[in-house]
Design a protein around this ligand. Sequence first.
Ligand code: ADP
Ligand code: MG
Length: 166
Amino acid sequence: MDRTHLQRTLVLLKPDAVQRGVCGEIIHRFERVGLNIVGLKMAWADKAFAEKHYFDVKERHGQKILDNLTEYLIMGPVIAIVLEGVDSVAIVRKMAGTTFPFDSAPGTIRGDFAHISKDYANKHERNVANLIHASAKPEEAEYEINLWFEKKELHSYERLDDKHTF
Ligand code: ADP
Ligand code: MG
């Protein structure tokens, strides 16, 4: 099957997902929905790299949130994944849930594995440990995939269930 029309997106299983031992459960959800894992590795980002990944967060949320966020992202290794499928950016965002777990519907990753609210995070100046990063837009996905992966680390292949998925 020609897969060139499919879309790719970047997921990070953030340090809380790794340290809680729930990465398998999360990855399982992506496989089950029919998305192909085309790249996967463990990486431990430093502050400079985390700021490259979150290059627009200062502008969107301010320095304090960026500082909390980069500290959170570099507190341990992450699992970086590239997923491929139909409108994968949008479907993975839907599966991830909204930014704050309190507002995320049950059945989403953030809604099923956490519950912290925006009010709580703001009041206590805490980062929001929400388990997963997912690219928000196709342009963001392209930038982030190039940041985290080399071309030779990405692999396209057919799946036995392709005829049912597509
Ligand atoms: P998303 O991860 O849903 O795309 P953003 O890109 O807006 O959300 O923000 C990146 C990350 O910054 C969020 O996942 C969350 O961990 C953190 N964050 C966003 N807003 C806040 C906030 N008000 N307080 C603490 N952390 C925040
Ligand atoms: Mg974002």
